[in-house]
Design a protein around this ligand. Structure first.
Ligand SMILES: [Fe+2]
Length: 162
């Protein structure tokens, strides 16, 4: 990677995400937003590297994926609402192509459908969401609806389950 961090596109999106998070009044919610959005974003980056997918778009999808939940403090239909919000943000920034915006927003749109399989970027985001939930505290039992994806991730990473 040759580009510096100063004005690259990840940092441009981060500014918007950080502004949104700083607007959250409740300290605990604000903390959750940082930990989760950036945790998922980093897991997205790792999985994109591993799978040979677009790391930049994966990182950005992770940062924005729960934006509706944190902007409105309601998780109702947040994947679909979040895709619309992310589309507005990315269009407004005016630094992404139509296809790039669609790839990110489609991944966000699908990310609650963990039991279904979608495109490569969509799957990275779903898996990264699960990874962040589990790695936040691996001593806690994995949620039933995340077990299958987590097992596949361990296999992909060649980590043997105890
Ligand atoms: Fe999430």
């Amino acid at each position: 990677m040759t580009e510096g961090t100063a004005m690259n596109r990840i940092e441009r999106v981060r500014e918007v995400v950080d502004d949104m998070i700083l607007d959250i009044k409740d300290n605990e919610e604000r903390r959750c937003a940082y930990v989760h959005l950036y945790g998922v974003s980093q897991a997205c980056g790792l999985l994109a590297m591993k799978r040979g997918e677009n790391v930049e778009l994966a990182i950005i999808a992770g940062m924005l994926h729960d934006i509706s939940t944190y902007a409105t403090m309601s998780s109702e239909d947040h994947a679909h609402k979040g895709a619309d919000m992310a589309r507005d943000i990315l269009k407004e920034l005016n630094i992404f192509s139509k296809d790039e915006i669609e790839a990110v927003c489609t991944a966000i749109y699908h990310h609650s459908d963990k039991e279904l399989e979608h495109g490569p970027l969509d799957e990275i985001l779903k898996d990264a969401d699960v990874m962040q939930h589990v790695l936040y505290n691996p001593l806690v039992e994995v949620k039933a609806n995340e077990q299958e994806r987590f097992c596949s991730l361990l296999e992909e990473m060649q980590i043997k389950e105890k």
